[in-house]
Design a protein around this ligand. Structure first.
Ligand SMILES: *[C@@H]1O[C@H](CO)[C@@H](O)[C@H](O)[C@H]1NC(C)=O
Ligand SMILES: *[C@@H]1O[C@H](CO)[C@@H](O)[C@H](O)[C@H]1NC(C)=O
Ligand SMILES: *[C@@H]1O[C@H](CO)[C@@H](O)[C@H](O)[C@H]1NC(C)=O
Ligand SMILES: *[C@@H]1O[C@H](CO)[C@@H](O)[C@H](O)[C@H]1NC(C)=O
Ligand SMILES: *[C@@H]1O[C@H](CO)[C@@H](O)[C@H](O)[C@H]1NC(C)=O
Ligand SMILES: *[C@@H]1O[C@H](CO)[C@@H](O)[C@H](O)[C@H]1NC(C)=O
Ligand SMILES: *[C@@H]1O[C@H](CO)[C@@H](O)[C@H](O)[C@H]1NC(C)=O
Ligand SMILES: *[C@@H]1O[C@H](CO)[C@@H](O)[C@H](O)[C@H]1NC(C)=O
Ligand SMILES: [Cu+2]
Length: 619
């Protein structure tokens, strides 16, 4: 029955006169060395990496068959910034709107593109996209309001790059030996997944330059030496042209600018992507990291924080090194005004206040929390719980105790108050929407107080990914006019791993009525190993939707009175102990060698005995 309905639906879908683009993405490992310092496996598509930008046109329908030929990892794709209006089940995150695509398997994404602008697509499988599975997604606009103002388009992606693969990095990040949650540091900055990029330009022409930060962790300052840009798009939203000499892009953010190449510019123009090092070394976290590093006598490698490219007017002339600058002064995105002048949403129907922090759980590992709750993927993908829970779908309990789930009624004005009670900067991304930014504090402003609500900008900036300052706040508003299940999470991939995610279930009853999940989505779950249930609540309980027995859960809290500092002290003392043992062992070994006696056991003994102490306390 479902199959027939689905066929009928797709038939009517097809007869409408939309252009349909069919693509096949064969996801495989390929070997690359993008910073020239270290060759490694990266995730490519159809044997290509860098993965070329995907160009589509507004109004088009795309059908993309993704085949997972990785052999040793599952995968999925998310279309960052697209509203997926009517096709929430194509949004991508496993455990939320679909199941993982297992190795050797495939899955079809099929959706209409209704928004123009600069987007990107990336894996939404745990920790995967920084291994390379990401690329810009450009939606061309036949009615681009700036189309008279430029001659050609340029796409630039920025990224941080790690020499190790994400699997081992995640294991060391989410470990009792890293109790402060210090994030692994990248090795290099990349532009267009490489370095020393040159882009041919002509004097007197104006370029529409689309920029995407696809990094795992690093925010980037970006500037074109000696040039002033005019910002015209932020995360898919056209803005009134706004001058800027420098931009700041967090992971997940995009900007488009108009840049005119001055006819008296005689030389080639360097442009730089420079990592915000303040966001890489969060004092509270790296303080401990430094101690541990010192303890291990491990000097961090040089960080290649800057990537340079050139706009080339004359390829016969030299590519000058960029002039070192002494201050980073980027445009404040709060000053941007959407071109459609959409006024601030007033009369808030529902406010969700989220206090975020990082802390340790009983396994000694550092996690991230919204109101003391860290995200753990439910047993049943949340969208499938919506579809199979009837009227209970309006009760947030069915989505589990560890998914930070909030049910939104349709067509309401929703406000998110986000208090960042952490010392780090966090870029927050909402799926399925662009939000208005009603307020964003400076660093150390403390929590938002509704008394501050007097200064609402008349026409607030809208985007889908926003930087929130350390120990500061942000207030976001949007209309719940897009039934679906949408994640709200920090876009630093490390913090997704540590649980900094919430789930918005938007208009679930309407979703049930308006949506038929394509049958191959459920089939994919059945082919997962082990199979993923697609019915019932977060625990997969069908009979009693309010019974969450057996739901996936985080480790228990630390014993009362135990603090992060305590864990750090403990870990340091254990590690120091191990080092001592190690030294004794090495000393012993030397002695053994010197004596050439059969006492080698004594040398290896202590290490052998102590190793499990650490290994055993890992999750
Ligand atoms: C995907 O690429 C791999 C490696 O090149 C190849 O062996 C395989 O046949 C391809 N699969 C598809 C579905 O194209
Ligand atoms: C880019 O140029 C710099 C400076 O010449 C060089 O050190 C670096 O290795 C180059 N990067 C690549 C990937 O070739
Ligand atoms: C998966 O395969 C790639 C490519 O062969 C390899 O580099 C990587 O280490 C493998 N991952 C694991 C966890 O074995
Ligand atoms: C990167 O560029 C900034 C700004 O010019 C400069 O201050 C910094 O020293 C550079 N970093 C490196 C590692 O060259
Ligand atoms: C989160 O905690 C804050 C502070 O206790 C509280 O005001 C807020 O209502 C809580 N949010 C939710 C969604 O429960
Ligand atoms: C988190 O838990 C602590 C300790 O139980 C409590 O003091 C604090 O108010 C809670 N925070 C929120 C935002 O609920
Ligand atoms: C929201 O408004 C749209 C368009 O007016 C309508 O189709 C939809 O049914 C409404 N949804 C709810 C839950 O009221
Ligand atoms: C989704 O579609 C509905 C109906 O066309 C429309 O009212 C709503 O504004 C759309 N939502 C978004 C986020 O585009
Ligand atoms: Cu974060």
């Amino acid at each position: 029955m479902l199959h027939v309905l689905w066929l009928l639906l797709s038939f009517f879908h097809n007869v409408a006169c939309t252009k349909v683009t069919h693509l096949e993405f064969n996801v495989t490992w390929v070997d690359r060395n993008p910073d020239g310092l270290h060759a490694r496996s990266v995730l490519g598509i159809n044997g290509q990496w860098p993965i070329p930008a995907l160009y589509v046109t507004k109004g088009e329908r795309v059908v993309i068959k993704v085949s997972n030929n990785l052999g040793n990892e599952t995968t999925s794709l998310h279309w960052h910034g697209l509203y997926m209006n009517g096709t929430a089940y194509m949004d991508g995150p496993p455990g939320v709107v679909q199941c993982e695509i297992p190795p050797g398997d495939s899955f079809v994404y099929d959706f209409n593109i209704e928004q123009p602008g600069t987007y990107w697509f990336h894996s939404h499988t745990r920790g995967q996209y920084p291994d390379g599975l990401r690329a810009p997604l450009i939606v061309r606009d036949p009615e681009n309001p700036f189309k008279e103002d430029f001659d050609e388009e340029i796409v630039l992606s920025f990224s941080d790059w790690y020499h190790d693969l994400m699997r081992p990095l995640l294991a060391s990040f989410m470990s009792v030996t890293n109790p402060t949650g210090a994030e692994p540091l990248p090795k290099s900055a990349l532009i267009n997944d490489g370095q020393n990029v040159t882009v041919a330009v002509q004097s007197g022409k104006t370029y529409f330059i689309r920029m995407v930060n696809m990094a795992a962790f690093a925010s980037m300052y970006v500037w074109f030496q000696g040039c002033t840009m005019r910002v015209v798009e932020v995360d898919g939203i056209y803005t009134e042209a706004t001058e800027a000499d420098m931009l700041y892009l967090t992971a997940g953010q995009r900007y488009s600018v108009l840049l005119t190449i001055d006819s008296n510019g005689v030389t080639n123009v360097p442009f730089v992507a420079s990592m915000d090092e303040v966001c890489l070394y969060v004092p509270e976290r790296t303080l401990q990291l430094t101690n541990l590093k010192e303890l291990f006598d491990e000097i961090p490698d040089d960080l290649n924080a800057n990537a340079t490219g050139w706009l080339v007017l004359d390829s016969a002339k030299e590519l000058p090194a960029p002039i070192e600058i002494d201050a980073f002064e980027a445009l404040d995105d709060m000053s941007l005004r959407p071109l459609d002048s959409l006024a601030a949403l007033q009369k808030v129907d529902k406010t969700i206040t989220l206090d975020m922090k990082m802390d340790n759980l009983g396994d000694g590992v550092n996690y991230a929390f919204f109101n003391n709750s860290t995200y753990v993927e439910p047993r049943v993908p949340t969208l499938y719980t919506v579809m199979s829970s009837g009227e209970y779908s309006s009760n947030p309990i069915v989505y589990g105790s560890h998914t930070n789930s909030f049910v939104l009624h349709g067509n309401q004005t929703v406000e998110i108050v986000l208090n960042n009670n952490d010392d780090g900067k966090h870029p927050f991304h909402l799926h399925g929407h662009a939000f208005q930014v009603i307020a964003r504090s400076e660093e150390d402003a403390g929590s938002y107080s509704h008394v501050d609500a007097t200064n609402v900008p008349a026409v607030p900036m809208r985007r889908d990914t926003l930087l929130v300052q350390p120990n500061g706040y942000a207030v976001l508003r949007f209309r719940s006019n897009n039934p679906g299940v949408w994640l709200f999470h920090c876009h630093l991939e490390w913090h997704v791993a540590s649980g900094l995610t919430a789930t918005f279930i938007e208009a679930p009853l309407e979703l049930q009525k308006s949506t038929i999940i394509p049958p191959d989505h459920y089939d994919l779950c059945a082919r997962n190993k082990p199979p993923v249930p697609t019915l019932g609540n977060a625990a997969g309980n069908v009979d009693n939707l309010l019974d969450l027995n057996g739901e996936p859960a985080p480790p228990p809290p630390l014993p009362a009175g135990f603090t992060t500092k305590g864990v750090v002290a403990l870990v340091i003392s254990i590690l120091s102990g191990l080092m001592m043992v190690g030294m004794i062992a090495r000393y012993g070994m030397l002695k053994c060698q010197a004596m050439e006696a059969g006492e080698g056991d004594a040398a290896e003994g202590p290490e052998g005995e102590n190793q499990p102490l650490l290994a055993g306390s890992r999750p």
